[in-house]
Design a protein around this ligand. Structure first.
Ligand SMILES: Nc1ncnc2c1ncn2[C@@H]1O[C@H](COP(=O)(O)OP(=O)(O)OP(=O)(O)O)[C@@H](O)[C@H]1O
Ligand SMILES: [Zn+2]
Length: 855
């Protein structure tokens, strides 16, 4: 597949298909499906089926369509559009079409239509049918996905498929119902019946209504067994009274009716209907309707149910601080009259960034526009959602745990223009808004905006591209911007806006570093747990009726199990990862593949040593804290305890109401939370990410510490922060403790620059994985050799080498890196890999452009 010449647009610059059914000739028409077989031999029962009951008119609409598929094929396939679909089929439609040697029907996306093709039309295959009544994708999304395919080195079909949620593709929450309608002959007969009735009742006969088009956009006739009357006998005489009642009922109804409804309204039985169908008076149409919630039919607008929190009227808006006002004024021209611009809003924790987003959105909503707000999944807290729901009537929240049907309904509501604000995680950037006016990315530095499966896109960067395509402003907000965004602001690509003060001039909390190298391990206490200064500070805060947050970014009880006699470390059987001891469950668990087993009684290696359990995770910390502060209410928040969003919401509510004194947990508690009574934040181990083999390890550490420190001192009361570390001199820790982003950046950037790492250079990471180590390695070596042979100027390559996590789920992993000053040469060096390179069986190759994970 994909072996013929020709290119997709963007990545594949030759492609210039026409987007509309204009009469423009497709400049370099897409390739035909390979291998080309005469469509007359396509053995598909649906081909040539009589699908429409509209009379054949002169055929209108483009005769050819370019279609892409969710496969790693960098090809736009040209198909013939069958007569019955001409004029209906549009770019953005999903279609079923024969693909490949076997001509198996595959679902693809129409990306272009054309009147002509330079290919031999007779040899082209024909589209089988439309999958959806209306196009799922608009032209902006076609452009955006084409850009994604080019930038992230995947196929256009793969990018398109990622944009449409599964629930929408499956049309979850709706089902096809078969309904009955009159055929031509049925309608003629019904009209005669009406006349006969009218005459019998001595009334003027009804004027003949023009024939309605039986099929709306969501209707297709599937059974038109219109075996026209051949008998010479007048059919009027053969119709029974019950059949007549049924015909008259349908003639009087504006809509097709279900069998049940028709029988009820006409007071007839199913046999009368069956007879009418058999005589060709009735036909069955399929129509899609909702199975839940407010119904929608065809393309009617569905207004969602009111939000659970009714908008507080009048909405209480705080008086904006001077910095907030200045920020909004700087953005005002774009908010009020549109146009693309990217604003980097660098505001310290608690400076009121969210309030700025809300006010900015109000301005675009006021002029009838919509906004998309992206937040990291863990920030989709009830607290955040409530703030949006209070200010806007129609908010759609796109959680990752939405069911398919709900997601489908949100999608339709958004597409119908019924939603003002879409708040969601990464994939909400593809929300099908009608009149987009603003995109906001909160916590723009977060790594969760990067998708780790194909297409490996970064939602922040896609957002900027979408803003550019749609001509709308984009706000990137953070207290700790990514170095990429910082540099883009320095280069003038983004407009830099700063808010350096907390609201109401609250001070940023003082941070104390505790050097754990000098903390003496006390008998009975976990080394690396609560230090004496932290215990003191906790006691003081609690005695003062303050609340405490403790961050430890490791779950489990012991984090490391080894044999002191032979040095053996207990690892997962399937992954190159040390196992964590979960004491409550009584298991050792792999945090990579989730496999768990009983802890071995003795060292499995030397069969003699007793295993020693080391390290501290949140489970052990919880026990320590409870032992120390027995009279206090302690809650742990990590993915082991927070199995549902309900438990998350419940804990946060209790904490807010002061029913919890000490909240401890992983990064889940580090971000976005806004609780005024938190007077102490303790970081148990600031170094968990510091020594990872990742050039961003320092940046991540800085961000985490600065963000969690920002959770205190947010109310009337002052807060303080204690940071336990074994690396007290590391710049990430030192600068975070001084809330000094700028100095951190100034010292970090030169190191990146010297090594050619982002934000100065661009990276593409290749990861190959497979069950046999030598095969994986050999394959990646071949790929790199081929890349090196191409010798694209400016591209440096490194590797292959075993990935830092060398095995996951029994698959060996090798990685390699390509680097260049800009993205272009990297694309050039790698573009051919998509669609052309076939890894050996069992081996997969991931091409990760702008990777955020290096492990
Ligand atoms: N102008 C204002 N006057 C009074 N209170 C305000 C104002 N703006 C925001 N606040 C309040 O200050 C607190 C912090 O604001 P907000 O949550 O918007 O800050 P933030 O910068 O988004 O915080 P972070 O990045 O730390 O999560 C909130 O409780 C908010 O309601
Ligand atoms: Zn594992």
């Amino acid at each position: 597949m994909g072996v013929e010449g020709g290119d997709l647009g963007g990545l594949f610059p030759g492609w210039r298909g026409s987007r509309t059914s204009s009469h423009r000739r497709a400049g370099c028409p897409p390739r035909r499906p390979t291998p080309v077989s005469d469509s007359r031999h396509v053995k598909d029962p649906t081909v040539g089926r009589k699908e429409d009951h509209e009379e054949p008119s002169e055929v209108e609409g483009p005769a050819f369509a370019g279609v892409v598929f969710n496969r790693p094929l960098d090809t736009v396939f040209t198909y013939r559009v069958p007569t019955r679909l001409r004029g209906r089929l549009q770019p953005g439609h999903r279609v079923k079409a024969p693909l490949g040697r076997g001509n198996a029907a595959a679902i693809g996306y129409v990306v272009s239509t054309a009147e002509e093709t330079h290919l031999d039309a007779r040899r082209l295959k024909e589209i089988i049918e439309l999958v959806d009544d209306v196009p799922l994708i608009d032209t902006t999304m076609l452009d955006l996905t084409r850009w994604m395919a080019g930038y992230y080195l995947c196929s256009w079909g793969q990018a398109l498929d990622a944009v449409v949620p599964a629930g929408v593709k499956k049309q979850a929450g709706t089902r096809l119902r078969s309904l009955l309608t009159l055929t031509e002959t049925g309608r003629a007969l019904a009209e005669r019946l009406q006349v006969r009735e009218a005459l019998a009742n001595d009334q003027p006969p009804p004027t003949h209504r023009p024939r309605r088009r039986g099929s709306g956009p969501s209707t297709s006739i599937i059974d038109t067994s219109s075996s026209h009357q051949t008998t010479s006998e007048d059919p009027l005489l053969k119709v029974t009274p019950k059949q007549a009642a049924a015909l008259l009922t349908l003639a009087g109804s504006n809509e097709p009716l279900s069998l049940v409804d028709l029988c009820r309204l006409a007071e007839c039985g199913a046999s009368a209907i069956a007879a009418l169908k058999k005589s060709g008076y009735l036909a069955v149409v399929m129509r899609r309707g909702d199975t839940l919630g407010p119904s929608s039919e065809g393309d009617k607008v569905v207004v969602p149910p009111p939000s659970p929190d009714p908008p507080a009227n009048p909405v209480s808006r705080p008086l904006l601080t001077p910095e907030q006002t200045a920020t909004l004024e700087a953005m005002a021209p774009r908010l009020e009259s549109g146009g693309f611009a990217t604003f980097l809003l660098h505001g310290v924790t608690g400076s009121g960034k969210t309030e700025v987003y809300l006010s900015a959105i109000e301005r675009v909503v006021a002029r009838g526009r919509e906004a998309i707000v992206l937040v990291p999944e863990i920030s989709l807290t009830p607290q955040t959602i409530r703030r949006f729901r209070r200010r806007f009537d129609r908010v759609a929240v796109l959680h990752s745990h939405l069911g398919d049907a709900e997601r489908h309904r949100h999608w339709r509501d958004i597409a119908s223009g019924a939603i003002q604000v879409v708040v969601g995680a990464r994939s909400a950037i593809f929300a099908p808004t009608r009149k987009l006016g603003l995109i906001v990315i909160d916590e723009e530095h977060e790594t969760t905006f990067k998708q780790e499966t194909v297409p490996r896109y970064h939602a922040r960067d896609v957002a900027v591209k979408r803003g550019q395509l749609e001509g709308v402003p984009v706000i990137l907000g953070s207290a700790t911007p990514s170095l990429e965004s910082w540099r883009n602001a320095q280069l003038g690509r983004y407009t830099y806006l700063e808010m350096s003060n907390r609201v109401e001039s609250r001070p940023l909390p003082p941070v104390t570093i505790i050097d754990m190298r000098h903390e003496k391990p006390e008998p009975g206490r976990a080394p690396g747990g609560l230090s004496a200064p932290l215990r003191d500070a906790m006691r003081r805060a609690l005695n003062d009726d303050g609340q405490v947050i403790l961050l430890l970014n490791r779950r489990g009880f012991h984090t490391y199990i080894h044999c002191p006699r032979c040095g053996f470390v207990l690892k997962c059987d399937s992954c190159d990862v040390a196992l964590t001891h979960h004491k409550t469950r009584g298991k050792v668990v792999c945090h990579t593949c989730d496999a768990e087993r009983d802890p071995p009684p003795i060292c499995p290696e030397c069969q003699g040593g007793r295993l020693s359990y080391m390290g501290i995770g949140t489970e052990r910390l919880e026990r320590e804290v409870k032992a120390e502060f027995g009279d206090r209410v302690v809650r742990r928040m990590d993915s082991d305890t927070m199995r549902s969003s309900a438990s998350y919401e419940q804990v946060l509510n209790s904490f807010k109401e002061g029913k919890i004194d000490i909240l401890l947990g992983t990064q889940m508690i580090a971000k976005g939370l806004d609780f005024p009574n938190v007077t102490l934040v303790g970081v148990i181990n600031a170094d968990t990410a510091l020594h990872l083999p990742d050039f961003r390890a320092r940046e991540r550490t800085f961000q985490l510490v600065a963000q969690v420190a920002g959770r205190t001192g947010r109310g009337q009361r002052e807060g303080r922060v204690l940071v336990q570390t074994y690396s007290p001199d590391d710049p990430a820790i030192v600068h975070a403790s001084m809330h000094d982003y700028v100095h951190f950046v100034e010292q970090e950037l030169p190191e990146r620059s010297i090594r050619g790492y982002p934000p100065y250079g661009r990276i593409v990471r290749l990861v190959a994985r497979g069950p046999e180590e030598q095969v994986v390695r050999g394959f990646l070596e071949q790929v790199l050799e081929a890349i090196r042979r191409r010798a694209v100027p400016g591209v440096a390559s490194m590797g292959p080498a075993p990935a830092p996590v060398a095995k996951i789920r029994d698959l060996y992993r090798y990685h390699a890196q390509l680097r260049a000053d800009t993205a272009k040469p990297l694309h050039e060096a790698l573009r051919w890999v998509v669609g052309e390179i076939t890894p050996p069986s069992g081996v997969e190759l991931a091409i990760d452009v702008d990777p955020v994970s290096m492990l």
